[in-house]
Structures are given as C-alpha cells and as structure tokens.
Design a protein around this ligand. Structure first.
Ligand SMILES: *Cc1c(COP(=O)(O)O)cnc(C)c1O
Length: 615
C-alpha cells in the first residue's frame, strides 16, 4: 500500500505529489511545509490544521447535487439545509461555514440552549434555524425570541409535552411565532454503529397516535398554521441507503396524510443527517454503498413519487447533514517521537568474549541473511529468542545475554525486511504480523480521536512525506497517554505500513484525516492532554508560500488545564513556591533557578516537546 488508499477517502481534497501529501486545490501546498513552518515558530506538539476551503467545497457539493437532482426530475419543491452544531461548535469552524454559505439557503441546527444562542447570533438572518432535542419552557421562549428577531426558525417537537409548552408560551409572546416541526417516530431503522436515532424504540419522536393528538392540539390552539415541517433522523453515518429509502416512503406518506387532514402549511420534509463519509483506506472495507448523487436522486425521486401518488404538492426538502460537511476540513498532525525498536542497533550489542551458543547462532544468522533463506532465518531466530528467554528464566544466561538476544533478533527482523522489500508484499505481510514496529506519537487519541476509542472508528492515517519510498514496517501506533487503550494496533486485514526512520536523524509526521466532525468536542482531557495547537490555512496569492495562517489557538498551558478542573491555581503556585523555599538542600541561588524553570513549564502545554538530537 503505497498511496494509503488516498483515492478512497480524500476525493481529491488531498493528493500525493513528489512524495508528499499536498492539497488537491490550487495552490498545491505540501502539508509537511505547513507543519515545518509552524514548528519553526515553536509549536512542537500535535497540530490541528483547518482548511476552510474544504468546508466551502462540501457545502457546494451538497447543494449542487440536490439542485441537479431537482432539475433532473423537474421537482417543484426547494432544497434547504442546516448544519447541526453538535458536530462541530468551534468558532474557527462555524464562522467560516457561515461565511461560505452566505449565498445559500443554509443555516444552523441547535440541540441545546447554548447551541441555539450560537445559531441566533451567527445564522444569516434569512437562513433557516432548526431546534431539535428535548426542550424546556425557557428553551422554547428562546425560540420565540429568535423569531421575534426575524429568524426563520422551526422548533421540532419531540414529545406532546413540548407542544403543550409551546401553546402556553405563545399566549405570552407576540408574533411572529416560530414555525413548528413534528419529529416522527419511524418504523424503519438506520444501519451502522450509530443507528440508534431511528426506529420504533428510538429516543425521539412522536408515534402515529401522538401525531394525531398533536394535530388536534395545534388546531384547538389556532397554531396549525405554524406547523410547516415533519422531521426524522435515522442515525449518523448511514452505511446502506435502503433504510433511508424506506424511511422516506414512510415520512412521505405521513406528510401527505397530514396535509389531507388540513395541515395546509405543512410543506417541508426534513430528512435529518446521516450522509456518510468514506473513511476507509482499504479496498473492500467501504463505509457506505452509495454516492452523494445517488443519495440526492433517491431522496428527490422518492418524494416525487409519493406526492404524485397521493396528489399532494411536492414538499421542500430539508437536510441536516453534519459529518459530511465537517469531516474533511481538519487534519491532525502527530509527530512521531520514537520507534520502539530503534534502540536495537548494532552499537547496542554488548557481546562477550564467549557467548552462549544460541547467541553465536543468532550472530551467524544475522551475518548470513540472503534473499533465498531470509524467511527461514527469521523463523529460526524467533525460535532461538524463545529458547533464550526460557534459559534466562531458568537462570542459565544473564541479563547481558538476554539483551544481546533481543538486539540481535530485532536486527535480523530489520535485515530480513530490507532484503525482501522489493518482493511480493504478501510474503512480507505474513511475517509482518509477528514483528510490528511500534510508533510512539506525540498526541492523545482520547483527546483528538475519541470515536476511535469509543466506537472503534478508524480515521485515514498516512505519513506526510517519503511517499515515493516503499514503507516496510508494519505499524502499531501508540499515543503518549499512559493508558493501554491509547493504541491503534496492527490489523492484518487493514494493514498500515510506515517507514523505517531514524528519529534522531530526521523528523517524521503522521497525518490523521477526516477528523473535523464530532471529534473535537467529544475529545476528553484524559491524562490532562488538551486540545492541540490549531490554526486555519487561508489561501493568499500575495504570499510566496501561497497561504497565510489564521486563527492560531495554542494548546492550553498546564495551569489553565488545572484551572478548568477547578483547582485554585494561585494555591498551586503558592504551594510549589513554598516547597522550594523550604527545601533544605538548596542555596538561595539554586532556589531561584529551580523556581524559574518551574514557572516556564507551568506556562507551557503538556504535550512533549520533541527535540531532535543530532548525532
Ligand atoms: C446528529 C444529528 C444530525 C447530524 O447527523 P450527521 O450524521 O452528522 O449528518 C442531524 N440531525 C439530527 C436531529 C441529529 O441528531
């Protein structure tokens, strides 16, 4: 695997050229150049790089696809969309998104009071706002305030009690009132690991009986004219399109039935989110079985058919896709700190005048490896290693012998791989499983890819350069948390190969792609590693490098992290200072020096500062 499956997951957003990962856009900036520039400015830890042009690209794709399906089927309803804030609420994502969608019917979706405040402040005033999730009276009042401001807002009712509260609030508030949407509980289910939002047992939505009751309540309170939308959401990352089609038929028929019952202003079917992102790097492991074009065509065609059969007008189509819009815009860069086998070089051998026989044999194997016998020698050496470990346990060889056998076996592994690297990859793959290299990364998977930890979600990963050199080491990845779950282990069905680099001589970086959806706000401060230093890359013709860096946000320093946990940081500083003052073994000069060093550390973030040791 030379190209790390880039054609499966990147869709031209990123390309490989001259052995480097570059932006697929013009200018084709190499990511490694951006990283090196940031590191020259002192940012040595992990980096989260945002590419706002990719937000624009996804919004355009979504609208273009639906507009073209609408044209193709001569569909009479309109297309509108909102971005669900829960997918990424950070201002460095949301502000560019709002700007990129000025010319479109594109708004924001909120699921909590705080998200609604973001939507009320930033949504372009004519663009839609939808509010989903459980709501109390206060949140409903907030919705009324938003409509008073002039926002085009729809409150989606998840249960009858919410509708009763709306009716109550409407009595106290002046028009214009918000629009009302009803979330329907579907019989159909989503598929994939996130499919908990749809279905008859779902957490959200009204049953048919409750729908009828809701219509009566709306009519009795003269609010039926505000009822404009029905809504469903069958779950995130829909892998198979058929449940969506089923859900559409169900929702389409409910739409038509409700119109026939006198819901004259009902004109929108909101199909929620769920449009999947292709994360796979490996053929045959696709995350979805449809394209965007197929998705939009199925939605438009499905609703058109129902409207025709039921002789109702074709509804406006409303979508709340989040993952699809946000995933590609952010890339996590993790510096490799160490290859665990690197300490095993020839210099670390401490051979004796007279070595145990098995060690002499290992030495012999190592010297004589050739292409023909490479695999056989490798197996022999692994056997010898087993025997030597047993001998150590029984007390027949000493620690120096044991160290020599470990070093020799690693040297043999490396030499075998090097000897066979031009050969059929399958053969190497067979031995690779036993002899992986462990790469230690300066990042926290818990902070930057929580869905890997929580859901087993894989994100595409690849080195930023050396892509014209065949990678030979089967890799397992370790983050710097001291939690054994902070590991992405080698999977022979979806193998990851990386380069054998000497980190003392050169730097090596891995990029994790498609991390822009959900990961940031779900990320946790396990071991107190915080959000990495982040910035946005904005194209600029006037710069020689073709871009400028904006919205730089440094990783939190240690004291701020402790402050977030509600420690009294002044107290921490006072205690540390007092302990140094009282230290018996230090003179005044040293006390000052130690205190100075400590203050510098408190003002820095907790990630490791990789220092390249030149030989
Ligand atoms: C989470 C959510 C979305 C977004 O789903 P994606 O899979 O990110 O597109 C949309 N609508 C509702 C109601 C949601 O809860």
């Amino acid at each position: 695997m030379f190209d790390y499956g880039i054609d499966f997951w990147s869709k031209g957003d990123f390309i490989i050229e001259d052995g480097k990962v570059k932006l697929g856009a013009n200018p084709k900036i190499a990511i490694i150049d951006i990283v090196n520039k940031a590191r020259e400015s002192g940012y040595k830890g992990p980096l989260l790089i945002r590419f706002p042009h990719l937000i624009q690209k996804q919004i355009d794709k979504l609208f273009n696809s639906f507009h073209s399906s609408i044209k193709q089927y001569k569909y009479k309803g309109k297309f509108r969309a909102v971005f669900p804030l829960k997918v990424n609420q950070f201002p460095n994502f949301i502000l560019p998104l709002v700007e990129a969608s000025m010319d479109k019917d594109y708004g924001l979706e909120a699921g909590s009071k705080a998200e609604l405040i973001i939507a009320m402040a930033y949504t372009n005033i004519k663009s839609p706002i939808t509010v989903n999730g459980f709501k109390d009276k206060e949140m409903i009042q907030l919705g009324f305030i938003a409509s008073n401001m002039g926002h085009n807002i729809t409150l989606t009712i998840e249960g009858l009690n919410e509708l009763e509260t709306i009716i109550e609030v409407a009595k106290d508030m002046n028009p214009p009132y918000p629009n009302i949407g009803l979330r329907i509980r579907l019989h159909s289910m989503g598929s994939g690991i996130w499919a908990k939002s749809g279905g008859i047992n779902s957490k959200f939505g009204l049953t048919s009986n409750e729908l009828l009751e809701a219509i009566n309540l709306l009519k009795d309170s003269n609010l039926i004219s505000q009822f404009t939308m029905i809504h469903f959401h069958i779950g995130s990352q829909i892998s198979d399109i058929s449940p969506l089609k089923k859900a559409l038929r169900e929702a389409g028929n409910i739409y038509a039935e409700l119109r026939k019952m006198g819901c004259e202003n009902l004109s929108i079917v909101n199909i929620g989110g769920g449009l999947a992102v292709e994360y796979t790097q490996h053929a045959g492991h696709n995350n979805k079985n449809y394209t965007l074009a197929e998705f939009s065509a199925d939605v438009v065609f499905g609703l058109k058919e129902i409207a025709k059969n039921k002789k109702e007008k074709e509804p406006d189509i409303f979508i709340e896709s989040g993952r699809f819009i946000a995933a590609s815009h952010a890339v996590l860069i993790a510096p490799v700190l160490e290859l665990f086998s690197q300490e095993y070089d020839e210099d670390s051998l401490r051979l004796k005048e007279k070595n145990p026989m098995l060690i002499e044999e290992l030495l012999d194997l190592y010297k004589n490896i050739n292409e023909r016998y490479a695999i056989e020698y490798l197996h022999d050496s692994l056997d010898h290693m087993e025997s030597l470990l047993t001998l150590f346990e029984l007390g027949y060889i000493d620690l120096q012998d044991r160290s020599n056998s470990e070093v020799l076996v690693h040297l043999i592994i490396k030499k075998v791989i090097d000897t066979l690297k031009h050969k059929n990859h399958n053969e190497i793959l067979r031995i690779q499983e036993q002899i992986q290299e462990r790469y230690l990364l300066n990042c926290s998977f818990f902070q930057s890819m929580p869905d890997y930890w929580g859901l087993g979600q894989n994100f595409p990963v690849m080195p930023l350069n050396k892509l014209n050199i065949r990678p030979t080491r089967s890799a397992s990845l370790w983050d710097i948390t001291c939690d054994s779950d902070g590991e992405i282990s080698f999977n022979k069905n979806m193998p990851l190969f990386l380069h054998d680099v000497d980190i003392k001589q050169e730097e090596y970086f891995l990029g994790f792609f498609l991390v822009g959806a959900y990961q940031e706000v779900l990320g946790m401060k396990h071991n107190l590693f915080t959000h990495p230093t982040e910035f946005s890359v904005i194209f600029d013709d006037e710069e020689d490098c073709g871009y400028i860096i904006e919205n730089l946000l440094e990783a939190q320093n240690i004291l701020d992290v402790l402050d977030d946990l509600d420690y009294d940081t002044k107290d921490i500083e006072r205690r540390l200072k007092q302990r140094i003052d009282e230290a018996q073994d230090l003179n005044d000069e040293s006390k000052k020096e130690v205190l100075g060093q400590l203050y510098i550390m408190l003002s820095e973030n907790g990630y490791l500062r990789t220092i390249r040791k030149n030989p």
